[in-house]
Design a protein around this ligand. Structure first.
Ligand code: SAM
Length: 226
């Protein structure tokens, strides 16, 4: 949970970030405009017709809000470790305060789980095993995050893991049928730049890290499904 331990501090920081016009909490971006960024990720994560999606570590709920605007058939369960950021989310969406390592949901209640810039805050195997538990057969996980080629690095209190470790952990759970993208990551969050001084400083800290998207499926049990 780390940096997100103190809800009052998170509230103050998040309120000021939102007041500056930012609501996606993602370091690397493919687009400066948040709607375009979220739409880009919606395209990567699709298809997801009529799906119920858990946004695990949902931040301000901005990604769910944008995805729902693109596709009103999607239903969301927003999950965050604290209440402060959920206060910015769409009040019509189901919201829960809880840990992605022990999700407050029954088994097989969702078609998809999104992990966007959150797995570096937690135990990878625990979060993925929870995703497996809450997904119906045929369900999917979509991960948008940073990865490295070689060594694990820790930046701004966040673990950035080698891509091969992510793949191994995901496969260890039983997920299959991967789709993977190395993104351009050409834009960077102004929020994080603010926190660590300058864009150059941030780029130095993130040397060796790049932006990835991954989609994997939970098998349905039928043969030859990929
Ligand atoms: C960098 S932000 C990403 C927010 C959002 N997913 C996005 O893409 O804009 C990380 C989020 O994960 C949440 N978080 C961190 N650790 C968590 C945990 N163990 N369980 C649930 N949420 C967690 C934080 O509260 C924060 O909202």
């Amino acid at each position: 949970m780390g940096a997100y331990y103190d809800d009052a501090v998170v509230k103050e920081l998040t309120d000021s970030i939102v007041a500056r016009g930012e609501s996606l909490l993602q370091i690397f971006r493919e687009h400066d405009d948040e709607r375009e960024q979220a739409t880009f990720l919606h395209r990567q994560a699709g298809p997801m017709p009529f799906d119920t999606i858990i946004d695990a570590g949902c931040g301000t709920g901005a990604m769910a809000r944008h995805w729902h605007a693109v596709d009103p058939n999607l239903k969301f369960k927003l999950l965050n470790i604290g209440a402060a950021q959920l206060a910015h989310a769409d009040p019509d969406m189901e919201q829960s305060v809880g840990d992605i390592e022990a999700m407050p949901y029954p088994p097989a209640c969702a078609n998809g789980v999104v992990f966007s810039y959150v797995l570096g805050h937690c135990d990878l195997d625990k979060a993925l095993s929870e995703a497996w538990r809450v997904l119906r057969p045929g369900g999917w996980i979509f991960i948008y995050d940073m990865a490295t080629m070689e060594q694990r690095i820790r930046v701004l209190n966040y673990d950035i893991r080698p891509a091969r470790d992510l793949f191994k952990a995901i496969r260890r759970q039983g997920f299959h049928c991967p789709k993977a993208w190395i993104n351009a990551g050409k834009s960077m969050s102004k929020v994080c730049i603010g926190e660590c001084g300058s864009l150059d400083q941030l780029k130095t800290l993130l040397e060796g890290a790049y932006s990835i998207s991954l989609k994997f499926h939970k098998p349905t049990g039928e043969a030859h499904e990929c």
